[in-house]
Each structure stands twice: as C-alpha cells, then as structure tokens.
Design a protein around this ligand. Structure first.
Ligand SMILES: C[C@](O)(CO)[C@H](O)COP(=O)(O)OP(=O)(O)OC[C@H]1O[C@@H](n2ccc(N)nc2=O)[C@H](O)[C@@H]1O
Ligand SMILES: Nc1ncnc2c1ncn2[C@@H]1O[C@H](COP(=O)(O)OP(=O)(O)OP(=O)(O)O)[C@@H](O)[C@H]1O
Length: 284
C-alpha cells in the first residue's frame, strides 16, 4: 500500500524572543500559519526492516540527517514497529529558508506512518514525539494557525488570519537557525513585536492591523548579517506589498497583499532580484 501526505510550509506572522533559557533554547512567542506551498511525501511499506529516503531534490541529506528519516526511526523505536518503509520526498519548499521545510516533512512522516502502520497514536502524542525532532515540528503536526510559546511546542490554536495573497521570496543564501539564535542578544532586543495586537488583528480579521503589527526579532541578526535580505524587504515595500516580514530565521521574506491586481506586479518585480519567488495563499 502507498500513502501520501502533504507537508506545507509555515510563515511566522510574528516572532518574539522573551529570554534565553538554561537549556540553550530561547523562550519564544510566535504566531505561525501554514501556506499552500507544500512538499509531498509518498510512503510505502518495505518487506525488509529498513528506512529508505529518496528525493528529486539533489541538495538535501537522504541519510539519518534527514528529518523524515529521523521521524520514521523514532516512531519505529517507540512503538516497536519491525517493518520497513520507503519515503519519497517531492520537495517544493526551498531548503534552509525559514519556512520549516524539514520540520514539516518530519511532521508529515509522523502522520503518514501512523496511518500506514495503523498505530492509532493520538495527535497529542504525535506532537510530543515531534518535540524530539525539532521546535517547529509540533506545530507542523497539526498546522493551521497557532500561537506558539515555550521553545515553540506550547501551542494555542487560532482562527485563520484575514485572507490575502502571500508573496514569498528567498534570496540565494542559506541561513542556519542555530547561528541566528546564537547571535541574538536576548537581553537587549531593540524592538519587540506587540503579539497581543497581532492576535487581536487575527481574531477581528483586520488585515491592515495585522500588517501594521507583524514583527520578527530575528531580523535584527539576519538583516545585519545579510544586507540582501534587508534590500529584498525594502524592494517588496516599494513595490506595494501591504505588510512585509522575514519568516523564521530567514532568509525568506514574505509580503502580504490584499489586492489581486498588485500581486503580478510584485511577483514580476521580485523575479529581477531572486529566482525563488512564489505566490501562495494562507491555508484556512
Ligand atoms: C526560527 C523558527 O523556525 C521559527 O518558527 C524556530 O524557532 C526554530 O525551529 P527549528 O528550526 O525547528 O529549531 P530546532 O531544530 O529545534 O533548533 C535549531 C537551533 O535553533 C535554536 N533555537 C531553536 C528554537 C528556540 N526556541 N530557541 C533556540 O535557541 C537552538 O540553537 C537550536 O539548536
Ligand atoms: N526533509 C528535509 N528537507 C529539507 N531539509 C532537510 C530535511 N531533513 C534535513 N534537512 C536539513 O535541515 C536543514 C534546514 O532545512 P529546513 O528547510 O528545514 O530549514 P528551515 O526552513 O530554515 O527550517 P526552520 O524554519 O524550521 O528553521 C538543511 O540544512 C537540510 O540539510
């Protein structure tokens, strides 16, 4: 039997860091939502007790470093599954982009293997397993829109944000999340986003209020290190996006756009800057 799972990309509508914790992680307050740019996982049981990963993308690890591999290994060990699986990753989400591509693949593998092997693991338990794979994985297990606290695993579901177009642009640089958090001076962040206002905008479906209050403290580090990300943000604002922000630790920048007539102009303008530009919608 073959089964399929979609693994959508996420964007951070706000990302605040409250403090650095003793365990090395940062205490965050983030509003996250899924967009309809997704990887697709194909999973098939194998007669041999082994995990095999393949992908059409030439630039991701296919061994134990792959997060989908790690998800399969974790579920096999924890539930004593003595079966093998072949997972093909059809990658569409740019890698190391701040869009949680690897985390979403891991979450999709957890969901898919739960079905393939008929394990009946409750969703809360899948999210707990996800925590062991990465801070963004629990959110990716359920998706939707959520307020994330702790190191990202304490989740409160939120209503869908006001509908709009989302233009994503990834400059041709790869950013390491660990490095960006590592360089953040959590005690002297210049400007924190007002998460309360972002939540109010979402609950009231107030598009312009959302655009006005989005913020990401990791921009302080990434924009400083990679001026091209700052230039990309400025270009998107100049081209008329209503709200512009970097997602996660970057380098992808997204623009929220309410009017369809503006979207093509922004898309075409950005293609002059970088090859990887996408027009997507938020998933409701
Ligand atoms: C930037 C975001 O993607 C925003 O959604 C997440 O906060 C990071 O999520 P992630 O990539 O799943 O992160 P992990 O794989 O758990 O951690 C990668 C590295 O980022 C740092 N990290 C991550 C999450 C967090 N709350 N504090 C941290 O300091 C840690 O140095 C860690 O070693
Ligand atoms: N299934 C996977 N897809 C993409 N990258 C993977 C995968 N498994 C492991 N990786 C590795 O993880 C690293 C981060 O890739 P990923 O695309 O998840 O970054 P990201 O979008 O910045 O994540 P986040 O937003 O959660 O910080 C890459 O260097 C890549 O080699």
């Amino acid at each position: 039997m073959k089964i399929y799972e979609k693994a959508p990309a996420k964007i951070n509508l706000s990302l605040d860091v409250l403090r650095k914790r003793e365990d090395g992680y940062h205490e965050v307050e983030m509003v996250m939502t899924m967009v309809d740019l997704a990887d697709r996982l194909e999973m098939e049981e194998l007669p041999r007790d082994t995990i095999i990963i393949s992908s059409q993308a030439g630039y991701i690890p296919l061994d134990e470093k792959n997060l989908a591999f790690q998800a399969a290994k974790l579920i096999k060990e924890r539930y004593d599954v003595r079966k093998g699986v072949y997972i093909h990753l059809n990658k569409k989400i740019p890698v190391a982009a701040g869009l949680a591509g690897g985390s979403s693949d891991a979450a999709a593998a957890l969901r898919g293997l739960n079905r393939l092997w008929k394990l009946h693991i409750p969703i809360e338990e899948l999210k707990k397993l996800g925590e062991e794979l990465g801070s963004d994985v629990p959110f990716c297990v359920t998706g939707g829109t959520a307020l994330a606290k702790g190191r990202g695993e304490v989740l409160e579901p939120l209503p869908a944000p006001p509908q709009c177009w989302v233009v994503l642009a990834k400059p041709p640089i790869n950013v390491s999340t660990a490095e960006i958090y590592g360089q953040l001076k959590a005690d002297s962040i210049r400007s924190h986003p007002d998460t309360g206002k972002v939540l109010e905008a979402i609950r009231n479906k107030d598009f312009h209020m959302l655009c006005d209050h989005m913020g990401n403290v990791l921009e302080e580090v990434t924009l400083d290190r990679y001026p091209q990300v700052q230039q990309l943000k400025q270009a998107m604002i100049r081209m008329g996006a209503d709200g512009v922000l970097m997602s996660g630790s970057g380098p992808t920048v997204f623009g929220l756009v309410s009017r369809e007539s503006k979207v093509a102009r922004i898309y075409n303008g950005l293609r002059g800057f970088c090859k990887q530009v996408y027009v997507v919608r938020m998933l409701t």
